[in-house]
Design a binder for this molecule. Structure first.
Ligand SMILES: Nc1ncnc2c1ncn2[C@@H]1O[C@H](COP(=O)(O)OP(=O)(O)OP(=O)(O)O)[C@@H](O)[C@H]1O
Ligand SMILES: [Mg+2]
Length: 322
């Protein structure tokens, strides 16, 4: 009966305030659509990892740094290069002569937010060491397991036009990223303002934190508790199945994709101050969450279709639960 009452009872939840505060903070530095910035924050609250893919110089690194700076938690940055070793990411066991034993020196992955610049530049071996950490939230060296911090989010950047000397991530590995975002070029007036800022007083230098790790964790827990009706689970699975049955796709969306989609949908519901997920949450997220996991069939590729377009068609073809 009581959805008006429910709204009246719960003024702005902590979680949705967290999303708004971080989104607004990102907007001070990064000139991009507000929706894109909010998606980054939703990804953080869904405990997902984010890949930002776009042309050089459109603010990918800037966005990742701003997010790290917006939350008062530990941050490290790795520039992926072909000679980077798995242990440069995860850490190493070093021998301590005095104590006569091995001691683990944690690598950069032991941070709450890890910026991995140009993820496609490291060798597959190093990439998979990172992806393993992302999947398992832990590092195992010489039989000992070390848990990673919480929250833990990888913000990876990738440049889609320069392939020489790179190791593009296979789709199986892209599947471990909850979301892929592109930034695009800013509007004319925004870009002009950005030029003026960057050449006088870059706003990133003075960007302060507007949230803490504890608040982010509280919001993550709040999002997890959001109610999802059974018909919505089926709705998500039916969208996934549409992509699997589409002959223009060589690979459709995995069950893991469905989990990511629902997690982010819960975070979106939280940000909109609802305690339940609606089909519109799923529809709004389906492209950034699913598109990068799909592989186009060769004919579809040559016909100029894109993953995003096929995802939108899959949603359009799936009946919405009432
Ligand atoms: N949308 C934007 N908003 C704010 N600053 C921007 C934007 N696009 C570019 N810049 C500015 O341009 C410079 C380059 O941005 P950045 O290093 O983030 O690019 P990038 O996408 O990571 O490029 P690359 O692929 O070469 O690593 C920075 O000084 C940044 O401030
Ligand atoms: Mg960069």
């Amino acid at each position: 009966m009581s959805s008006p009452e429910r709204v009246a009872e719960s003024p702005r939840s902590e979680g949705s305030a967290t999303v708004e505060a971080i989104t607004a903070n990102l907007g001070k530095v990064v000139h991009a659509r507000e929706e894109t910035l909010r998606l980054c924050v939703l990804c953080l609250l869904s405990e997902g990892h984010l890949i930002i893919e776009d042309f050089p110089g459109v603010g990918k690194t800037m966005l990742a740094k701003s997010l790290a700076q917006s939350v008062d938690c530990s941050f490290s940055r790795l520039q992926f290069t072909p000679d980077l070793l798995p242990s440069d990411v995860t850490g190493v066991n070093v021998y301590d002569q005095r104590a006569n034993q091995f001691e683990f020196r944690p690598g950069p992955v032991f941070a709450n937010l890890l910026l991995v610049d140009e993820i496609n530049r490291a060798s597959p071996k190093t990439q998979s060491a990172l992806l393993e950490c992302m999947q398992e939230n832990q590092v195992t060296t010489d039989g000992t397991t070390h848990g990673l911090g919480r929250p833990f989010m990888v913000l990876a950047t990738q440049n889609p036009i320069e392939y020489e000397g790179t190791y593009p991530l296979p789709e199986a590995q892209l599947d471990r990223f909850a979301m892929r975002l592109t930034l695009g070029y800013p509007a004319l007036s925004e870009e002009a303002r950005m030029l003026s800022e960057q050449t006088s007083d870059p706003p990133l230098d003075s960007l302060g934190a507007v949230s803490t790790a504890a608040r982010v964790i509280a919001a993550i827990e709040e999002a997890k508790a959001i109610y999802v009706e059974e018909s919505l689970h089926r709705y998500v699975v039916e969208i996934l199945r549409q992509t699997r049955g589409d002959s223009r796709l060589y690979l459709g969306a995995s069950p893991r994709a469905g989990i990511a989609l629902l997690r982010v949908a819960k975070a979106r519901a939280l940000s909109e101050q609802r305690d339940y997920v609606l089909p519109e949450d799923v529809q709004a997220l389906v492209e950034p969450v699913l598109a990068h996991r799909l592989i186009l069939a060769p004919e579809a590729r040559s016909a100029g279709l894109t993953q995003g377009e096929l995802v939108r068609q899959a949603v359009a073809a799936t009946p919405v639960p009432v």
